[in-house]
Write a protein that binds this ligand. Structure first.
Ligand SMILES: O=C(O)CCC(=O)C(=O)O
Ligand SMILES: [Fe+2]
Length: 346
């Protein structure tokens, strides 16, 4: 069920009716309606009733913080290879909109041990993750947490499929192209997920002079972007005034963390599947506050070789005009990743 106190906060979706086998049809229907409204209006929402205890999310954040507090040489032991994407990236190594992001990060992807299938991931994304050796507990803890995140995301995508009102789900063995309520679930059975730990020191530069009505921002903790896949499950420490989400009506909404809730947003592939009925909303991080901010987004992506194109029902609803081309998810991801890193020069 969605609650929206005012336009200054995101709606909250309670997923518990989809995790509790004893929930009523009405309870599920209420969650489904809330999802449709939140995805149409904001593309972002708080998620509660997901079943992951705060003790787990607190530890996930504190382990990431412990890693970032290690000496540089220690962190660089798992540095991203020049021709690869997995591993540690230092401050300013990530680039968004041609501007260097003021954060450090570790990217872990679904591991690709043995290559099979007609379209395996490109070489740069093949292989295993370079896990931090310290803190020692990080790897086993995160491996369990990733499983938990996948369970939540798959359940949420199931509810989102129902919210789109396509047609009742057919057999699980139906082809991936089947456009029923399970369309998202079916295309994420081998999700090419990404787990990202991010560390943000406060920005150093003061705000420069006003540009029109808005302060001109010259330095970003993370530049404005939309996310690439299906869903992002964002876990962030309690730092306020850092994440900003674009509003349909113009301007930005400050999205502060809420204890026990994830911030969830839908990605480019869901926008494409829905022919724009739901938007993959742009957002950015500007951390000018006190202290070192840590966030750990989990990106639940389609299968590497999922073919994503506007669903016929969604096209019909939006006046019959197909607004997006067909794309294989892996190609979409590679296109984005190749622009994401700083490689010298100014
Ligand atoms: O750190 C955050 O709050 C958001 C990070 C983000 O948008 C991303 O990594 O895609
Ligand atoms: Fe993002």
């Amino acid at each position: 069920m969605a609650t929206k106190d005012s336009a200054s906060t995101l709606p909250t979706i309670d997923l518990s009716p989809f995790l509790d086998p004893n929930s009523s049809t009405e309870e599920r229907e209420s969650t489904v309606r809330a999802i449709d409204s939140a995805c149409t209006e904001f593309g972002f929402f708080y998620l509660t009733g997901h079943g992951i205890p705060s003790a787990t999310t607190d530890r996930v954040l504190s382990l990431a913080r412990e890693f970032f507090s290690l000496p540089k040489a220690q962190k660089e032991k798992i540095a991203r290879a020049k021709d690869g994407f997995r591993g540690y990236q230092g401050l300013g190594e990530n680039v968004t909109l041609n501007s260097r992001d003021m954060h450090e990060a570790v990217d872990l992807y679904r591991e690709v041990g043995t290559i099979n299938g007609p379209r395996p991931p490109f070489e740069a994304l093949q292989g295993l993750n370079p896990w931090p050796e310290e803190p020692e507990e990080l790897r086993p803890f995160y491996e369990d947490y990733i499983q938990e995140c996948m369970r939540v995301c798959s359940t949420l995508l199931g509810a989102m499929g129902v919210a789109l009102k396509l047609s009742p789900a057919l057999d699980a063995a139906a082809p991936a192209s089947t456009e029923d309520d399970d369309v998202f679930v079916r295309n994420t059975t081998n999700s090419f997920w990404i787990m990202r730990m991010i560390g943000y020191p406060p920005l150093a530069k003061p705000l420069s002079s006003k540009n029109g009505n808005e302060d001109r921002v010259e330095e970003f903790s993370c530049g404005e972007h939309s996310d690439y896949g299906c869903l992002t499950l964002l876990l962030a420490d309690p730092t306020k005034n850092a994440l900003q989400v674009r509003l349909k009506s113009g301007g930005y909404l400050n999205v502060d963390p809420v204890p026990g809730a994830f911030v969830v947003n839908i990605g480019d592939m869901v926008e494409r599947w829905t022919n724009g009925q739901w938007h993959s909303v742009r957002h950015r991080v500007i951390h000018r506050g006190e202290g070192y901010r840590v966030s750990v987004p989990f990106f639940y992506e389609p299968n590497w070789d999922a073919v994503v194109k506007p669903l016929k029902r969604c096209v019909k609803r939006s006046g019959g005009v197909v607004k997006y081309e067909e794309a294989m998810y892996g190609d979409h991801l590679m296109g984005k990743l190749h622009n994401n890193f700083y490689n010298g020069g100014d």
